[in-house]
Design a protein around this ligand. Sequence first.
Ligand code: NAD
Length: 477
Amino acid sequence: MYEKLELFIDGEWRQGSEGKSEDVLNPATEEVLGQCPHASIADLDQALDSAERAFEEWKAKSSWDRAVILKEAARLINERKQEIGQIMTQEQGKPIGDSIGEVKSASETTEWFAEEGKRAYGRLIPSRIPGQRSMVMPEPVGISLALTPWNFPALLPVRKIAAGLAAGCPVIIKPSEETPGSGVAIVRCFVDAGVPAGVLNLVFGVPDDVSRHLISSGRIRKMSFTGSIPVGKHLAKVAADHLVRCTFELGGHSPVLVFDDANIDTVIKHMVPFKYRNSGQVCISPTRFYVHEKVYDDFVSRFTEAANAMQVGNGMDAKTQMGPMANGRRIVAMEEFMQDARDHNVEITTGGNRIGNQGYFWEPTVLANVPEEAMIMSKEPFGPLAPIARFEDFDDVVARANRLPYGLASYCYTSDQKRADQLAEALDTGMVGVNNFMISMPETPFSGVKESGYGYESGAEGLEVYLHHKFVSQTGM
Ligand code: NAD
């Protein structure tokens, strides 16, 4: 069964006041699953009014009282993970086990922020004047806008909702209109847990119309966007007019450096499922493999064999390891990457083509001997393509890894501790995985450098971005 798609404004589930909506497709079958309602301008203004009213009440609640509600939301998300997982697989495509796993992570993230809200500590600064108190008091920044994409339609909304609410901010969320059911189902958990009217509003619409109207109202004090670099740059300009604080998570082009002393069994075991996870539509997906000359041929043949063995199909089928891509735009993009790869005489060791003509399926693909000039070495593929290139020299491979304007994640494999330390410092990304890829957890900061964005999600830093530290100088007691 698919989710009933509704807006949630000022404590009420309902359709948009002008009755507008758009089709939601199942990417495995291209069938219409439902109608995503669009909020009108009046609906957006009502969401803002209710958030403004609710702010005082939510801010005044103790962090312990807020935590009770958030923990109940976490419990409900976990309790409903099978149902929400099925909604997600239908609208987004990923295998059902991965969808359920994502919902479980959403529950853990909510639980973690419920507790972390209790640790928004202030400070007492030793005074230079007798009788004076210098106090630093954290306060929620105000109404926060969360804009989330289609690739992780449960976890990404939760990272923003749970952190904002734990800090004491009302949140208006606009999840992707292409995967609205997961966002609706997640918001239902917060509502059913007792989040007061106005503290959480859920809207959909034409993305630019919604974000522009809300940000330009001057009533939004914080915005957090996950998506593409061009849209991030555009939103940064809109936000600048009102000096809205921003967090941007804008994707990357993550290099994987495999040295000749690496345990190749481990690299293959980690990196093949990770590369094809969510059909490669993951911002921290490994997207450029640089493999030492001495182990290159062995690596390519083992990677190819493992990629070849992947089961591709409808995500609702328990045997499926890789589902379809999320939308037709990704097929067009893969075709462009493949045409460019062929123009550069790249060796295609497996895959390279669309599967069938119904649903957005693409073969797990491995590209060998890829020159640095090929488009795929500079543009984020966001699909199941694994380009593999050779290297010989440490400085050369680090320079190639750091060459792009992206700086989200990087990975390296070596058994030499000194080299591991050097790489952790030299790789210019917000997150580095050394002999592993565990870089996304509720308790650890998730962020990029350069054009991958700024600000943080998750970790203590992910709460901090929703707080302002007010300074109070007091005398006369
Ligand atoms: P896109 O750039 O049009 O949209 C990306 C996301 O931003 C979508 O969810 C969309 O609804 C939203 N969006 C677009 N314009 C907006 C606006 N003005 N205000 C608010 N939200 C807006 O492209 P796309 O085809 O959906 O995805 C293409 C590329 O985006 C991918 O190749 C990838 O590089 C990037 N992307 C990154 C992530 C991530 O996790 N960082 C997620 C999805 C897409």
